[in-house]
Design a protein around this ligand. Structure first.
Ligand code: MF3
Ligand code: CO
Ligand code: CO
Length: 285
């Protein structure tokens, strides 16, 4: 990418060259973007992120049991805050770059980063994304799900279903030593095939030791582009799928809420994954 500094892989002096080193150096020589060592997690770091993922899953399960028409989005936030602290963890969004709440709640045409609010009341037919990031013992796990309030329209139901399939297709496409662009290509194809579009301004990301690490995981793109994905890397896939145009804008008043340009609905699902020798394993189950 123009202007972007490329990571440089090297084998420290006196250290034996592993099979992984050889493969990474091979792709680096061909001009591909490769990870840094910090992005390849130790088994201990992966276990830490998995434990954080258990709390994260508990939070989203709780939200799934409690969410209903007539509830405010602030009431969801309260559930997330209390459950997370009760489990000796911290909600990562609280105070993150000034974000004021413990989760993001994004309703209908809100793509992501919706701020929970006392005055926003869920209604029958709403499609709602709840996105929670948990920090446990310093390890970050990030996941989101869609919830349908009562009965919605067939179109919105399809949007929610296709967005979930996009995440699953991204997961299945990601094999060791593939590229981020391989996932993006497959996800975008599935969205288009169903008449929907993929948001381009926001992406998935490395995660684990920090909230947002390298690489950027774009949900569209060309095969064979973007960072090489190798065993031990931990990252999210979180496609945002729009019913209409892929274009979005940020609410000027709060500086956070991302809304579709045409104000048609949007849906998103997210998991945190670790790349293994066999492919992706979900850490937020
Ligand atoms: N959890 C979001 C993600 O998937 C990030 C939310 S940042 C916030 O990356 F500040 F808006 F909360
Ligand atoms: Co994320
Ligand atoms: Co998230």
């Amino acid at each position: 990418m123009a202007g972007k500094r490329m990571n440089r892989w090297f084998v420290p002096k006196g250290q034996e060259m592993t099979e992984m080193d050889k493969k990474i150096l091979f792709y680096q020589h061909k001009g591909h973007l490769v990870p840094t060592r910090k992005l390849i997690k130790t088994p201990e770091q992966i276990e830490g992120t998995r434990r954080s993922g258990v709390v994260n899953t508990g939070v989203l399960d709780l939200v799934g049991r409690e969410i209903h028409a007539g509830m405010s989005t602030a009431a969801i936030d309260k559930l997330v805050y209390e459950y997370t602290l009760d489990h000796h963890a911290v909600p990562a969004t609280l105070g993150y770059e000034g974000f004021p709440k413990s989760c993001c709640v994004s309703v209908n045409e809100v793509v992501c980063h919706g701020i929970p609010n006392e005055c926003e009341i869920l209604e029958e037919g709403d499609i709602v994304n709840v996105d929670c990031t948990t920090i446990l013992d310093g390890y970050y796990a990030d996941a989101s799900r869609m919830f349908i309030i009562g009965q919605t329209t067939p179109e919105k139901e399809k949007l929610v279903k296709v967005a979930k399939e996009c995440l699953e297709i991204g997961m299945q496409t990601a094999k060791p030593y593939c590229f981020v662009g391989d996932l993006g290509h497959a996800i975008d194809r599935h969205a288009r095939k169903n008449g929907f579009s993929v948001v381009r301004d926001l992406c998935g990301h490395g995660v684990g030791l920090e909230f947002h690490e390298e690489p950027d995981v774009e949900h569209y793109g060309k095969k064979g582009t973007g960072m090489l994905l190798v065993p031990g890397m931990v990252f999210t896939i979180e496609p945002m799928i729009n019913m209409g145009t892929w274009e979005v804008f940020i609410d000027e008043e709060d500086g956070w809420t991302v809304v579709t340009e045409d104000e048609l609905p949007s849906a998103q699902w997210e998991h945190t994954f670790v790349m293994t020798e066999q492919g992706l394993e979900i850490l937020t189950y």
